[in-house]
Design a protein around this ligand. Structure first.
Ligand code: GCU
Length: 604
């Protein structure tokens, strides 16, 4: 085998197994669990486990048989009782987006190369892909987009007749595991096929898409649909032709409709050519401004995919107001497992707690689906940092049942993966549960975003994006820092329902972790605990570095308890994390002391 273990025992289901029922059967047999399987039509992904009249257990379901089987295996290994009654996922579509390029690289990937592509072609290890499909199915993920939302010219070929047989082969490989494919498509693709325009209101263009979709479904009849990033960060889209997002999305949705396909349309749209001198344009307002007026205009098979925060996967953001708007539109919440801004799978960062905070403010019912950018690659341990696997596991569990607690899921993952003695288990558990707060403690303070190094986004650079075109400013000067995004400022808070608007508008009710996201404050501003803002930034950063150092000592205790390859890999990364944390501390503290002129005993 070329890869290393994780929460599932390694096994190779024979390629001859071609349905969820057969896979479920095989898995249970391998595990030595006696279950009867009962196929039930129209059960979708749900399943039921119950005691059989003749003794033993029965799992009933359709694709859900697979999820029931994996759950039964997990219960057996953890010594838990089987779940009672019908088990239904909260979200019908539980999607994973790969940002894989056809040259084999992965945009924002920190775990090696693509599992699907090399040098402009499909190139993969089928056994490894099956292992991957099995891993995803075991946590209930049922849709994957295999290519980057930034679709290059080379990647447009995925929907070309030359490549469709290979796309079909991948779709077939994933199908027995209940997983269907999405393909990220380029809105302007008709232009590559000699059409003079890609205008969504042009009948020729509509006919071109209908034909293309017909061709694609001839090869891949179980395709889930297309994913589109349009009019965003240089991607083509309907705006080029003076049309709106609904007109653009509906064009493709109509073509997909006859095949039951869906169109996932991303809402990550903003003015990416902003002039930093322009203080009226506030980037977090963009998605809502573009989309909210279009509520009710999208076809029924369009799903708008909305990043969890209004910016771009920063360490701390409020929930996107768009998630709470557009009641007549289907929406998907988009999360990012790949740790672009959260430590790049070098620094430890278990993120499930963040999702719970989102669900607290954004009721699950306001979304139809969930999606997450994958943190997977060709590395032997799948995720680069061996402990980053917990985020993929937790994502699957959350997409099925968002109420499962961070503690429960972390425990489950730890026991299934390492099955450590109690003391070692407790150490690693604590490291994971506290990792997010610690990371946040040494990076951009109190909801202030964009203090990372431009481009690669690792390490501190408080002025790195300050004069750039991306609308990512904190506007720190010698008096104050942050942007007033309240109703009296840029008006961003007006996009929220009253409850949240009031909470964020008011400095006293605004959570401290988001204070500088919503408010512009002088350095001498007195925080709830009586310390000044600048003192608080300074001390938080120093404390976070001490916590990382303590975490390194905790990890040291796990030497000899974790498998050697796991320990070594985590240890090397931890050494880098300590350096990274110190760098952040020194740069951030120095930046604010120099700027504010506030003297401090810790000044360099
Ligand atoms: C971030 C990321 C890009 C990505 C974009 C997106 O900005 O840095 O690499 O293309 O998000 O979500 O589309």
């Amino acid at each position: 085998m070329q890869w290393e273990a994780c929460w599932l025992p390694q096994r190779d289901p024979p390629c001859t197994l071609s349905t969820p029922l057969q896979i479920a059967h095989w898995e249970l047999n391998q595990e030595g669990i006696a279950f009867q399987l009962e196929a039930r039509e129209n059960w979708g992904d749900r399943y039921e486990i119950r005691q059989h009249e003749q003794g033993g257990y029965l799992i009933g379901g359709n694709t859900g048989l697979l999820y029931g089987a994996y759950r039964a295996m997990e219960c057996k290994r953890l010594g838990l009782a089987y779940p009672q009654g019908e088990q239904t996922p909260d979200y019908t579509l539980r999607m994973l987006n790969h940002w894989d390029n056809v040259d084999g690289t992965i945009e924002r990937g920190y775990a090696g190369q693509s599992l699907f592509f090399r040098e402009g072609h499909f190139q993969y290890d089928a056994a490894r892909l099956r292992a991957y499909a099995r891993l995803l199915a075991s946590v209930g993920i049922n849709v994957i987009c295999i290519n980057n939302v930034n679709v290059t010219l080379a990647a447009q070929a995925l929907l070309d007749e030359r490549f469709l047989p290979e796309l079909a082969a991948i779709a077939e490989l994933f199908a027995p595991f209940g997983i269907r494919l999405l393909v990220a498509a380029d809105f302007a693709m008709p232009l590559q096929y000699d059409l003079p325009t890609a205008d969504p209101m042009d009948e020729q263009v509509a006919a071109w898409w209908r034909n293309r979709v017909e061709l694609v479904y001839r090869y891949v009849p179980n395709l889930c649909g297309f994913l589109i990033k349009a009019d965003s960060e240089g991607r083509p889209g309907p705006h080029t032709y003076g049309r709106n997002h609904a007109q653009g999305a509906n064009l493709l949705a109509e073509a997909l409709e006859p095949y039951g396909g869906i169109l996932v349309w991303r809402c990550f749209v903003y003015n990416c050519r902003q002039d930093w001198r322009d203080i009226l344009t506030d980037r977090p307002k963009a998605a809502y401004e573009h989309y909210a007026p279009l509520d009710g205009c999208f076809a029924h098979n369009v799903i708008l995919q909305i990043k969890h925060g209004p910016f771009d996967f920063q360490v701390r953001e409020p929930p996107s107001p768009l998630l709470l708007a557009m009641p007549r539109t289907r929406k998907a919440l988009e999360l990012q497992l790949t740790q672009e801004y959260t430590g790049q799978q070098i620094d430890l960062y278990a993120m499930q707690g963040m999702w719970h905070e989102i669900f607290e403010d954004v009721p699950g019912q306001s979304m139809d689906a969930v999606a997450a950018v994958a943190n997977i690659g060709s590395d032997v341990n799948w995720t680069g940092h061996p402990f980053a696997q917990v985020n993929l596991f937790a994502y699957g569990c959350t997409a099925w049942n968002p109420t499962l607690s961070f503690e429960t899921v972390t425990d489950r993952w730890l026991r299934l993966t390492y099955n450590l003695e109690e003391d070692a288990h407790a150490i690693l558990r604590r490291m994971l549960l506290t990792s997010r707060a610690i990371y946040e403690g040494y990076t951009a303070p109190l909801g202030l975003c964009w203090m990372v190094n431009p481009g690669h986004h690792y390490g501190p650079n408080p002025m790195g994006y300050e004069y750039d075109r991306w609308g990512t400013y904190h506007r720190a000067d010698r008096y104050a820092v942050g942007i007033d995004r309240t109703s009296k400022g840029t008006g961003f808070t007006d996009q929220y329902p009253t409850r949240l608007r009031e909470r964020y508008n008011n400095r006293d009710s605004c959570p401290e972790s988001l204070l500088l996201f919503f408010h512009r404050l002088p350095y001498g501003y007195v925080m709830k605990d009586g310390r000044t803002l600048v003192q608080r930034i300074d001390e938080d950063h120093r404390q976070a570095v001490q916590e990382v150092e303590a975490m390194r000592e905790s990890l040291r205790e796990l030497q000899g308890k974790l498998p050697t390859w796991v320990f070594d890999s985590a240890w090397d990364r931890m050494q880098c994390q300590v350096q990274n944390a110190k760098e952040w501390r020194d740069v951030i503290c120095d930046f604010f002391h120099r700027l504010s002129g506030f003297p401090h005993e810790n000044q360099l």
